[in-house]
Write a protein that binds this ligand. Structure first.
Ligand code: ADP
Length: 542
């Protein structure tokens, strides 16, 4: 027996129509050099129609890809809404990728149009000539477009295009909810970056999940500040979730340093802000030195890499701000788990849960798999590779097989850890970063966390390096607080109280900053390379 319910598609157009009408009074705020600019969701809705009209006039039809090369701002949000709602596919390009990767990705996705922020023209100009399928470039804001001309593609001014269109666009009546709405590329396991295509349905369901109380609990009273870029895993789904919930959005544009972020928080009083741990670490240092009021924040979802416990505790103790760890991947839309402790867990018991990668959100299932692809028990003890499946998890890559990433209908995450019976995930490493010392595994994340609890340590990255006796041993690269004088022996003694003796690193390096990937994670590949090339100035303790 089938149900009697309507087969009503869940689409980004539905999110857009709801947010811009029912919550037409909510607003999008964008940071500028000298304050904020703001626009209501109702007005945004009219501009979204105009953008769709302009794109159609440039020939965008059916499921063609429209790329963005933008910061987090109102115009980027307009593309987020207009492109999928007209039936085309939004492709958010990561502005921090190497030129070769950007060219590969734009050609692979066959992007037809690129919308670029004027401040990013020099970056786009380097790669545009080789983006073979791009027919038009649309520039948002004022800037010198000369560098783009060499590519010989028509260049349009965003506002001029919008001015020529009307406030109402003939949105398609029916869009298949399984059709692609947006895409993002990720590093995959081997070779070239891999494309993940999100459907309308997954965007809708993921937004609803993000709004659940057990996840981020976003509602109409919230003001949401995605610091995580809109070109990285959909800014963790925050833009669509905010629209669906009627929450206001506060967007930092290119002002991502600690000082302007604190100013933005003080002026716009966001209640929820999402960013990777590095950003919060910088913010903490800034607040220590210059002060500032970030008390408007009720919740800070944080992930992308392991969130140091010491940082979470300091934010809570000094600023009353609650950082909640979350886990996810580009392949998982991205939210997969969120570390809210179970009701009733208080004091230190609460921290037992807070330091995990979190509890699975509804719609996502997980298991851990050991050697020989054997499924291990979710007993909080068995360590293996985490595999996930669910309503917003990718089941393949766009136009590029990577069978090694999929296993009997599950996605292999490349993350190693444990799962407990209550659905809490604890990761000890990425598979490629695990340190294999003798027959034993050492968790780089655990050592980093323990080191970052030292008051003079700002950051620490641990990688495995070749060792004659043990095959691999940990090397700790540490960034000290300015002016701090600490010897490797002291750090090792500090660690000795926190981790097993055989895990203590012998090799130590003091560095000025930990190198980062394009999405702000520790670049361990580069650290291993620097070590191999003798660039780290390593001290060896016996
Ligand atoms: P990339 O693979 O290019 O780094 P993603 O941003 O999709 O791109 O990265 C996803 C990965 O980030 C996860 O597989 C995991 O290794 C890591 N990650 C995300 N959140 C956390 C977290 N809270 N703790 C530890 N690692 C995390």
């Amino acid at each position: 027996m089938y149900s009697t319910m309507m087969d009503f598609p869940l689409t980004v157009g539905g999110i857009m129509r709801y947010g811009t009408t029912v919550y037409g009074d909510s607003e999008v705020v964008t940071a500028t050099e000298g304050g904020s600019r703001r626009i209501s969701y109702a007005e945004l809705g009219r501009r979204v129609s105009r953008l769709a009209g302009a794109l159609r006039r440039l020939g965008i039809d059916s499921d063609q890809r429209v790329a963005t090369f933008q910061w987090n701002n109102a115009e980027h949000l307009e593309a987020y809404l207009a492109v999928p709602s007209m039936g085309a596919v939004l492709h958010t390009l990561n502005i921090r990728l190497f030129p070769d990767q950007l060219i590969y990705i734009a050609n692979h996705a066959e992007d037809q149009v690129v919308i670029v922020d004027a401040s990013l023209i020099p970056l786009l100009a380097r790669v545009l000539p080789e983006m073979r399928t791009v027919r038009h470039v649309i520039v948002v804001g004022e800037g010198d477009v000369e560098p783009l001309r060499a590519a010989g593609r028509p260049i349009h001014a965003y506002e001029e295009l919008l001015a020529a269109e009307s406030d109402s666009f003939a949105w398609p009546d029916v869009i298949d909810e399984r059709a692609a709405a947006a895409m993002c590329y990720t590093s995959g396991t081997t070779g070239n970056p891999k494309g993940v295509a999100y459907s309308h349905r997954t965007a809708y369901l993921h937004s609803m999940a993000v709004c659940m109380a057990g996840v981020m609990g976003i509602g109409p009273g919230d003001r949401v500040l995605p610091i995580v870029p809109m070109f990285h895993a959909n800014a963790w789904g925050l833009p669509y979730a905010a629209m669906l919930a009627g929450a206001c959005l506060v967007l930092p544009d290119r002002y991502l340093q600690a000082e302007p972020i604190v100013r933005l928080i003080e002026a716009e009083r966001p209640t929820v802000a999402g960013a990777v741990p590095t950003i919060w670490n910088d913010l903490l240092l800034h607040l220590d030195e210059h002060g500032g009021d970030i008390s408007s924040l009720r919740l800070v979802p944080c992930g992308g890499s392991a969130v140091p416990e010491s940082m979470m505790r300091t934010f809570w103790e000094r600023h009353g701000v609650r950082i909640v760890q979350a886990w996810g991947m580009t392949e998982t839309s991205p939210v997969g788990s969120m570390a809210h402790p179970p009701p009733g867990a208080a004091g230190e018991e609460e921290w037992h849960y807070r330091v995990t990668q979190g509890r699975l959100v509804p719609g996502v299932e997980a298991r851990v798999v050991g050697d020989g692809d054997q499924v291990l028990p979710s007993d909080g003890k068995a360590v293996g590779e985490l595999e996930v499946r669910g309503a917003w998890i990718t089941g393949s890559y766009y136009g590029d097989d990577d069978p090694g990433k999929f296993h009997d209908g599950w996605l292999r995450t490349g993350d190693v850890g444990i799962l407990d019976p209550a659905g809490f995930v604890t990761l000890t490493d990425r598979a490629k970063d695990v340190i294999k010392s003798g027959g034993e595994w050492i968790s780089s994340v655990e050592l980093e966390n323990a080191l970052m609890a030292h008051p003079d340590v700002i950051e620490a990255a641990v990688v495995g390096v070749p060792d004659e006796r043990w095959q691999e041993r940990p090397l700790a690269s540490v960034v000290l607080r300015p002016g701090a004088e600490v010897e490797p022996e002291q750090l090792r003694a500090f660690l000795a109280d926190r981790v097993a003796r055989w895990q203590l690193p012998e090799r130590w390096a003091f560095i000025t900053e930990v190198p980062r990937t394009s999405v702000g994670k520790f670049d361990k590949k580069l650290l291993r390379k620097r070590f191999a090339e003798g660039e780290l100035g390593v001290v060896r303790l016996d």
